[in-house]
Design a protein around this ligand. Structure first.
Ligand SMILES: Cc1cc2nc3c(=O)[nH]c(=O)nc-3n(C[C@H](O)[C@H](O)[C@H](O)COP(=O)(O)OP(=O)(O)OC[C@H]3O[C@@H](n4cnc5c(N)ncnc54)[C@H](O)[C@@H]3O)c2cc1C
Length: 397
């Protein structure tokens, strides 16, 4: 839709915010909360616009971190042990000093909204944004009103990414999760299941993920990393099979369903940044392309944005690290061209490396030497083919 953002006489007199955040999801609320806890922003006027009231519990966010964290007061459950499984083997994961934590999105939204409501320099308006026009003062066209800000942080995903007319990799991380409740205690809350390849969808990169919340409740999720989605009912069959055949649970009720699709891509989202407009969250390339995890990445990215603003730098400086984008690109190439190899790939990764080293790698914190050690632990074949394709343009099958 073409939207005319030219100045109207009314527009001239409207307030100019220092910052406007479009979207109060993970990207927007992480950033808003980082601003709220930094004195430097106390005299800055911040506008938050979201088309949604954020009253729905639409996601379960899980992540790992060392020791205590910023969101511990919201955590539903946490684990310092996990397992990786296939039909043939079970690999125990002793996570310490890391902890794997899980929280409900609604708790995060409520917490953010409460804190924002108490801050007199923050304004939250329920508004769908139609367009933004860059410049020294950014113009924001909402469905009902117009706004102005010196700097905009925008969670809306670039339209060009959705059109898909480019050669970037697009693997979809898609999943359906059930919050399962039982009458008898059947879940072991001391350990969660990172990946269980015992049941797969055809010969794809697919597995079950299990978060035991209490002895009588767990989130069981069937997940795929594939270029295409599968029929919506197929997840149900796979989850039923997993509960029956792997967990031997026949009596249960489904208290909640969560379905999601996360783009795993090397698309350079940050190219949509313009003068006065910085993309954040998924739209700002903050989803780790090779895992789909984003929550902690966004938290770290928000802190980086804050530091950049305080140093008068471009807000997105240092947000995307090209070395890790290259590694993720090779990984996405392998997933695209050898999707059936995923079980072997992950088995080698979890069997031949410490989980602490894997987490560090997935957090983009490893040195080149550590990365080489991890890559060397995997059968080189498919990665070598990806390297040859990327550097020489020759595709070997
Ligand atoms: C179901 C699900 C589960 C996930 N689980 C995990 C997990 O366990 N761990 C992890 O690390 N990552 C997870 N992710 C990935 C990632 O953390 C989330 O997708 C995260 O929400 C991305 O943050 P975001 O701000 O980009 O998008 P969102 O959180 O979706 O926020 C975008 C916001 O923008 C608003 N908006 C959109 N368009 C407009 C508009 N035109 N005008 C105004 N407002 C607008 C929306 O209403 C929304 O509030 C999950 C993703 C999904 C979908």
């Amino acid at each position: 839709m073409a939207v005319n953002l030219s100045f109207s006489p009314i527009f001239i007199f409207i307030m100019v915010y220092d910052y406007a955040i479009i979207g109060a999801g993970a990207g927007g609320l992480h950033l808003a909360q980082a601003m709220l806890t930094d004195e430097w922003f106390v005299d800055k006027k911040v506008l938050i616009l979201d088309k949604d009231a954020k009253e729905t519990d639409d996601k379960t966010w899980s992540f790992w971190e060392k020791g205590e964290g910023k969101w511990d007061h919201l955590i539903t459950q946490s684990w310092d042990k996990g397992v990786f499984k296939t039909r043939e083997k079970t690999i125990e994961l002793e996570l310490k000093p890391y902890t794997y934590k899980t929280l409900q999105a609604l708790e995060f939204y409520k917490d953010g909204k409460t804190k924002i409501a108490k801050a007199s320099n923050f304004t939250w308006i329920k508004e769908e944004v139609q367009a933004v026009e860059s410049g020294a003062i950014v113009l924001i066209q909402g469905t009902t009103n117009q706004y102005q800000a010196k700097q905009v942080f925008d969670s809306r995903i670039d339209r060009k990414f959705k059109e898909g007319k480019d050669n970037y990799y697009r693997i979809l991380q898609h999943f359906k999760g059930w919050l399962v409740e039982t009458e008898k205690p059947v879940f072991d809350t001391s350990s969660f299941v990172m990946m269980d390849f015992s049941i797969k969808w055809q010969d794809t990169a697919s597995f079950t993920y299990l978060l035991p919340l209490t002895p009588t409740s767990a989130i069981v999720e069937f997940t795929l990393f594939t270029p295409e989605l599968i029929p919506y009912d197929a997840y149900d069959e796979l989850l039923t099979k997993y509960l029956k055949e792997e967990l031997k649970i026949e009596q249960y009720s489904i208290a909640k369903v969560e379905y999601g699709v996360i783009p795993m891509t090397n698309y350079p989202f940050e190219k949509a940044d313009k003068k006065g407009i910085t993309k954040i969250g998924t739209a700002g390339a903050q989803v780790k392309a090779s895992t789909g995890y984003a929550f902690k990445n966004i938290e770290r990215g928000s802190q980086k944005i804050i530091e950049n603003l305080k140093q008068q730098q471009n807000p997105s400086t240092g947000l995307v690290k090209q070395k890790y984008r290259l590694i993720d690109t090779l990984y996405l190439d392998v997933l695209t061209n050898h999707n059936d190899w995923a079980e072997t790939l992950y088995t080698q990764m979890y069997e031949r490396n410490d989980i602490q080293q894997i987490f560090k790698f997935l957090d983009d914190e490893t040195s080149i030497l550590e990365e080489l050690r991890i890559m060397n632990s995997l059968d080189a074949g498919h990665f070598l083919k990806a390297v040859i394709y990327h550097f020489l343009g020759i595709r070997i099958h």
